[in-house]
Ligand binder design. Structure first.
Ligand SMILES: *[C@@H]1O[C@H](CO)[C@@H](O)[C@H](O)[C@H]1NC(C)=O
Ligand SMILES: *[C@@H]1O[C@H](CO)[C@@H](O)[C@H](O)[C@H]1NC(C)=O
Length: 615
């Protein structure tokens, strides 16, 4: 800090003064002296006195005759310069200092009455403790009342399942009482540094720490604590709320607190009837490096003080359901997730997820989802909050398995496959679903006639999957086989099914009787963002087998091979991939859209829009 430059403070202060008409330099000098000896941010005062002295000698300070005006002008100047609204200058010829109430010196029965009047204790439904404290008593008073407080308050709450700690009306108290409260809601070890208080007049710094031992049973760290605050909550109660909030030990509900101060003094300016009010001590939280002073404590959940208790109860209800939800998710992943090797790490993560500030199911979904994504690196595994809980598990495609009737089969091929020869001798094949492969095998003869015969002399083949929304993965193998040489039997892909616990390898089908398209001629696969599930897998395999070029839009990225479950009695749904689709290179398809080799935007919105709008 530069010692010789007059600080901003004085520039502002002097400017304010010189704009008015008259003033007494001695008063300003005396005020500066009080600030230097008492103001709790001495670092902000560097160079002040020199600057004042200089201003006086050079005649910059003018005279103000009206004392009240002078006080107001000084207040504006000093507040603005030090950016501290607590500093005020007043002119009070009749001021009588109030002697602060010294609690510890009161007779014990008076103390008991006072504590009784400022504490309310109740046990609510579901064994929720309710403790309202309107005055945080200091260390000495607490020591004097010792076992009485323990027996009547702390030990009673210790056996509740969760606590609503009501500080909405706590407007007074002593900082020395804070360590006990923080200790009560902490474990014995490690000791926690709660606050550092610097007192300017004595130039001493005091650290507040949790206590290694307290009388009676601790509430500890595990059970939920919700602290209620209001704009009246002030001083030591703010220190309690601020500390427990930043220790992640309590959820704060209500409205922003008053923003009090550790200690403010009204000091008489010598030789005058002016007083200056000065914050003489300051608190710094070692957790945040900041303080609850002036700016107050902001609530985790903002509600009007009137609604705070109801809100707290509903938060506790949500939070009490969390362990079961997490357990249920852990079980589902264990039973269904296709990447079995990732299950232990996922379950461990679920155990250790930081659920402290979770205040809604939506919150929980976000938190768990983040964790699962990080650990699994599998975008298919998700947890969502779905207010519209009508969403259900994915539909199973229709089965054709008992179709033997040749007429029906022929019809099926007819409706499924569209074949054309385009100008330039290009073959064009469009199919919008992958028929179940057993059925397809039976259809071979029909297929040969309907599809492969007409295409067999074309120069290249366009396969249009822009409207293909999936079907059966196994039939991929059959269709891909037509695009290879009949003699060639190669590994195409593998499917691991977690529910069946089976691994199935798919090879090209060698017993095809009709003509195939072979492996030499060009194949162009058209995709759109409607192209989904097995349709996408086909495009994906065309790329990984280097059998063709994919042209069009990035495919839908529809999450196939997953099951979605509603978590009982919640609006949460988990999607678990139970099947892994692994290509010929051993890569597992994680469900993102297939990126074409050439991206071309197609406009299909009108053609089949209605069927897909729900996706
Ligand atoms: C306050 O105390 C520290 C040492 O603890 C000392 O270095 C400093 O000069 C003192 N400040 C004042 C203004 O007395
Ligand atoms: C799945 O099957 C393999 C043998 O194929 C077996 O070793 C394994 O324990 C099974 N896993 C489960 C979860 O059933």
């Amino acid at each position: 800090m530069e010692q010789h430059t007059p600080p901003l403070l004085l520039m502002l202060l002097l400017f304010t003064l010189s704009a008015s008409s008259s003033f007494q330099p001695a008063l300003v000098l005396e005020m500066a002296k009080i600030l230097l000896e008492n103001y709790c941010f001495p670092e902000n005062l560097v160079g002040m006195q020199e600057a004042i002295q200089q201003a006086i000698t050079s005649g910059e300070i003018l005279q103000i005759s009206d004392r009240k005006t002078l006080a107001a002008v000084l207040t504006v100047g000093v507040q603005g310069a030090l950016n501290d609204p607590r500093l005020t200058v007043s002119y009070e010829p009749n001021f009588v200092p109030v002697v602060p109430l010294m609690l510890p010196s009161l007779p014990t029965d008076q103390l008991i009455r006072l504590v009784r009047n400022s504490v309310k204790l109740d046990i609510l439904e579901d064994n929720i403790g309710y403790l309202r404290v309107d005055r945080i008593i200091g260390e000495e008073t607490a020591a004097k009342l010792g076992s009485l407080l323990r027996d009547n308050i702390w030990d009673k709450i210790a056996h509740t399942s969760s606590l609503i700690f009501d500080l909405r009306y706590s407007t007074t108290g002593q900082l020395s009482g804070v360590p006990f409260i923080i200790s009560y809601f902490s474990d014995t070890q490690p000791l926690i540094h709660i606050d550092t208080v610097y007192d300017r007049p004595s130039n001493t710094t005091m650290e507040l720490w949790t206590m290694p031992s307290i009388k009676g049973e601790r509430y500890g760290k595990k059970k939920d604590v919700i602290i209620l605050i209001s704009k009246r909550t002030m001083g030591a109660a703010e220190a309690v709320a601020y500390t427990l909030k930043n220790l992640k030990r309590a959820i704060i509900v209500g409205e922003r607190s008053a923003g009090g101060s550790v200690k403010v003094q009204k000091i008489k300016i010598e030789g005058s009837e002016f007083y200056i009010t000065v914050p003489v001590a300051r608190s710094v939280s070692p957790i945040t490096g900041q303080s609850w002073e002036v700016s107050g404590v902001s609530p985790t959940v903002s509600v009007s003080p009137k609604e705070a208790v109801t809100k707290a109860k509903s938060l506790l209800a949500v939070r009490s359901s969390i362990p079961n939800i997490v357990q249920r998710i852990s079980v589902i992943i264990g039973q269904l997730y296709a990447f079995t090797d990732r299950v232990p790490a996922l379950q461990q993560q679920l155990q250790s997820t930081d659920l402290f500030s979770v205040i809604s199911e939506e919150d929980l979904a976000v938190r768990l989802n983040q964790d699962l994504q990080t650990v699994s690196e599998d975008p298919r595994l998700t947890i969502k909050y779905m207010q519209d809980s009508s969403a259900t598990a994915e539909e199973e495609p229709e089965l054709y398995k008992d179709t033997d009737d040749p007429k029906v089969l022929a019809e099926l091929v007819d409706t499924t496959f569209k074949v054309k020869i385009l100008p330039g001798n290009a073959g064009y094949l469009r199919f919008d679903e992958f028929i179940e492969s057993a059925a397809l095998m039976k259809l071979e003869e029909v297929m040969a006639k309907k599809v492969w015969e007409p295409l067999k002399d074309t120069d290249y083949l366009i396969i249009d999957l822009r409207y293909n929304t999936g079907g059966y993965s196994p039939s991929l193998a059959l269709i891909l086989s037509y695009l290879q040489d009949a003699s060639q039997r190669s590994h195409l892909f593998t499917i691991y099914d977690r529910i069946q616990n089976t691994t199935t390898e798919y090879y090209s089908v060698s017993e095809i009787t009709g003509p195939t398209y072979g492996s030499k001629r060009g194949v162009y696969v058209l995709t759109s963002y409607y192209t989904a599930s097995v349709g996408e897998e086909f495009a994906y395999l065309i790329q990984s087998l280097h059998r063709g070029t994919v042209i069009g839009e990035i495919t839908s990225g529809a999450l196939m091979h997953s099951k979605m479950f509603q978590i009982e009695k919640t609006d949460l749904a988990i999607t678990v991939p139970s099947i892994n689709f692994i290509d010929n290179n051993g890569e597992c398809w994680l469900g993102g859209g297939v990126v074409p080799d050439a991206i071309v935007v197609c406009s299909l919105a009108t053609s089949r829009g209605s069927k897909h709008q729900t996706k």
